[in-house]
Design a protein. Sequence first.
Lengths: 389, 495
Amino acid sequence: MAGTIKPRDSKELRQAVEWALADNVTLDVRGQGSKLALGKPMHCDQVLDLSAIAGIVDYAPEELVVTLRAGTPLRDVEALLAQRNQMLAFEPPDLGPLLGQEAGRGTLVGAVMGNLAGSRRVSAGAARDHLLGFSGVNGRGEAFKSGGRVMKNVTGYDLSKLLAGSWGTLAVLDEVSIKVLPAPDQTRTLFLFGLADDAAVQAMCLAMGSPHDVSGAAHVDGRTALRLEGVAPSVEARLKGLRELLATSGAKMEELGTLESRAFWREVRDVAPLAAAPDAVVWKISCPPTEGPGIVSRIRALRPATEAFYDWSGGLIWLALPASADADHATVRGALGAAGGHATLIRAPEAVRASVPVFHPQPAALAGLARRVKESFDPKRLFNPGRMG
Amino acid sequence: MQMPPLDPAILARRSEIVAALRAIVPGEGVIDETDGMRPYECDALSAYRQMPLVVVLPETVAQVSSILRYCQDNKVKVVPRGAGTSLSGGAMPVGDAILLGLGKFNRVLEIDYANRCVRVQPGVTNLGISAAVEHEGFYYAPDPSSQIACSIGGNVAENSGGVHCLKYGLTTNNLLGIEMVLLGGEVVRLGGKHLDSEGYDLMGLMTGSEGLLGVVTEVTVRLLRKPSTARAMLLGFPTEAGAADCVAAVIASGIIPAGMEMMDKDAVKCAEAYVSAGYPMDVEGLLIVELDGPQVEVDHLVARVEEIAKARGATTCRVSRDEQERVLFWAGRKAAFPAVGQITPDYMCLDGSVPRGRLVEVLAEMRKMSKTYGLRVVNVFHAGDGNLHPLILFDANDPSELRRAEEFGADILRLCVRVGGVLTGEHGVGIEKRDLMGEQFTEIDLDQQMRVKCAFDPDHLLNPGKVFPKLRRCAELGRVVVHHNKLPFPDIPRF
């Protein structure tokens, strides 16, 4: 059993990495460990626990930026922003229940490390689009920073983009600055009932391409949901416009009010529709929206028991397949074919994740580039070795 | 501006290099005559000029690949160039480097309305993308002032912004995919019509990398549906501080306008004399605020912004009545730089970004510096996101004025960094801010960036002399230095 080292500030963090470097100690870098079951299984010498480097450093609502330490719980940040009617526009999901943990855990930096995003990804971007800057320690034990706290910044390489989605394999962050946005006054949802997958995606794409500012488009359990957010008169007008636009679909329509809408989109965000069957393997596919239904039907042709729902206007597919030794990775990835996109294995038993590629395999030239980028930050592969395969 | 010393061995091999390029790109695609190369001797930072070794204008990805493989194999430097509109010298030639122009990559390859994206070659202009989809009610959101001329490939290299990025984001937030050629000639595709990366976000890294990492040969960007209504407001204030306060108050109230620009008194005067936009002449600070969306939303927000502005002492508040007037309100802002050019032999345009809350202080400090240096400064900028564009007026024929202007500019950028801002918000580092990088970054910060550069270009062949104040050899940067501490952290909690 690996020991745990728990630095209390940036200086101790840097010392810990220096020591790991000197003694060739691999580090399992984690905040609260809420997403440990995601990624390739690791066998590290030590756990580097960042939960003690926590707290808000600065929150300036009129600047639309919050600066916080790596161990700060996501829930605390969301509560703080809510007091000033602001939000994390990328809607970081709570994958706890899906991954067999309790709800409400996890750090904001953990969500950034996975570049996670909820339904608003299609209109507001992912974590990558909201990480303005950071400071941290690289695999040479050097404290460094990149980016800043301002909205517009092209000074030097945008390393924030690399760090978002790196699953802790490039550097250990101790502080981040995150862009925040005003929370909408109202949230309404228009449901269309009974559309088949391809008709649903067609309707969602039509809605996304309309001037009605749709901020979420999901198709779950025969319900096609379109989210509208903003000030009341605007939401009302756009709801009316959307109904008219989609009348030709012939689908029965229904509206949800603000509170029910928020609950519904939270469930979509947290992949609640697939969390119920704990033994199923769960995949996440990112694809061009119009390719979504084809991909799902190709998988279902081989694995009829597949459960699926769509977010991001069809561009995000969540899949649950019956448990199997290889998570049906060849079937799932094969279904993408020439459509473009990638499939990530989100939930599977440790033995399965150890034997199949969790992250979508890259062509050799790209894989080589990614390896050299990794080495440029962490030449001795101290941080989360092997987690991304 | 000091550029790396020219390599005499490369200069001596010029005819051999030209011949090699001719073998790759036949006909008029290789330019080695002085007159023919003249149009490429500078970009929009025209104070600095340098003839390239040779200009090559490939037409196919295979040719770009062969050129970069040749450069890698023969250790020849190469400077990529789009439309040459960089304001920071990003596309300025290097005397011992091939200039690789992508102007012939000018085709729109695919328009996909259902997936709301368009796939184009990198030489297509920014405005050309919107023009290709306008008839269907769509557009491409980032709108740098040079959008009529600048190329989308250059936008990717510089992570270009524009007036509307306050609400709709920069290039990086609107980019879906690229194809690029690595030094050595490998062609890779990043992203596509889908979202996010399966591994490290190399496309995000490429965006804004100023042509130092690879050569982009295809670009896929997100299209947006045009908002049904857009209205612009002119808000005039008796003080600059009043205008700046209003900017912060609008954002704090939860409104993100499509654009929120500020002009100082001199900028207003110049612009008005130049295009007669109907600007109020009795104000110290003028805001142009654009709100877009459904009609009811725009009406609602216009009323709220008006209320906020009046509470902050606005003496002018005009709302565009129709599209023609909206365009007119913007015409003055868009022509502000050339308008200022009418009253001065030369001007230098800066690009620092600061926290919105420090705008008042920074503007006041700039006025003081203006007195110290004996040079006028005019301000026209993206107030909504704190991105300043101070214009320093000077006469380049007077060497002492040029030197003072450069020092004044550097002082303004130092001020930006000191108040928590950055050297450049959207124009890029290039050669212009290269030597100021140390104001914002430590040597370790810069070394980390250079190591990333080494992962793509181990011999520093791509766009050399840009961004980094001093180059270190990749082999030297790659060494791992281990500090053997005995018991380095006896107090850190362990379990």
